[in-house]
Design a protein around this ligand. Sequence first.
Ligand SMILES: [Fe+2]
Ligand SMILES: [Fe+2]
Length: 449
Amino acid sequence: MERATKAEILAALSHALDLVEGQPEGHAVRTCLLASRIAEEMALSDQDRDSLYFAALLKDSGCSSNSARIHKIFGGDEMLVKQGVKTVDWSSPLESIKYAIGATERGNGVVSKLRRMLGNLGPPAKVMDEVTLARCTQGAAIARKLRFEEAVAQAVEHLDEHWDGRGSPRHLRGSEIPLLARILGLAQTLEVFFTTFGLTAAMDMLDRREGTWFDPETANAARSLAGDRGFWELLRAHAEESLQHLPIGAASAVADETDIDQICVAFAMIVDAKSSFTAAHSSRVTDVAVELGMLFEFDHERLRTLRRAALLHDIGKLGVPNSILEKPGRLDAGEFDRVQQHPRHSFEILKPIRAFDRVADIAAAHHERLDGSGYWRGLTASELDLDMRILAVADVFDALSAERPYREALPLPEVFAIMDREAGTGLDAACVDALRARKMKGIAMPQAA
Ligand SMILES: [Fe+2]
Ligand SMILES: [Fe+2]
């Protein structure tokens, strides 16, 4: 089988980042295509074009790290807040205050709006610095973790700086901002305006923000694309395919097994960063699942696949707003439905990646139960293989045994007492038994009354 490319895997996973940012699907992919085309106009070196390409696909990889903060500041659905952030001019006090008022406690009354704003919100530009710093720093850390060259990390780290020094978070100015970051910042904004309002509005925005947000040279290069109808049509309808076929090294770099493993680890970090309620959940579930796979004598290849599935099993949660993930009370029916759809999102994100065909099947089944009571498909025992059963047990074990912000970790005897009630009906009894034998060595189980 033809080997998967890094570009293909990262482009597919960037759809998960679009979800967190509340952007239309394909935002990162279209930004990448747009940035690549601007770089071509500017006659950048092959090396720079490669770096820019990967930086564009990873540009929002720090986005989950500020979700909880944005939710805390604004209340309501933080994904709607993030969605608007890219169209608002944060360096204009009037525009940003207007936006902040609209975004705070969206859908709730004036009193709760005011209360939250007075309690939480500083000057909007300062808030923007804070949330952008978290996002950019984490995004750059992810790029470094994936062993990309420093230019990729720098482009991600500085993409929200503006030419006039009024961007975020460090207020760099002019050529202090790396060129790749300037191109990327322009490309991401142009993409949002083009997709949301059309080409004319996107070009108007470019004219308005040249010299303030954007450096004139990059804006000129972008403006020269305006008459290329074929390009904009391609961008609108076929960005994904076009991206894979760009005549640059980045588009054809094959991912080796270590690259793929590192991409899985990095995206597990992105998932885990979304909420303190689930911090380190994916990595702990992975440890338990691999432990169980070894107990069942999985070979190297099978363990590797199980590990990748465990790391990415909750990637679909990036599409669930923190207002639901962190809701202290009971979820209403609509909210509950959104939570229950997260394994389906995991499936839809992972399945198109050739190297992840099996990973997607295992990951997407982690909330299924042997008796058909699970979600999202309601599969039953005959459809759930051992790898899927292991992941389901590892997931439940971690949910019960890990410390949560709202409660202490449950003691192991209590964890297994709860899991035993489901063993044989919902959860695989052999997996529960194997895990108990492993974890409970020397710890007495309470006797049933
Ligand atoms: Fe889950
Ligand atoms: Fe999970």
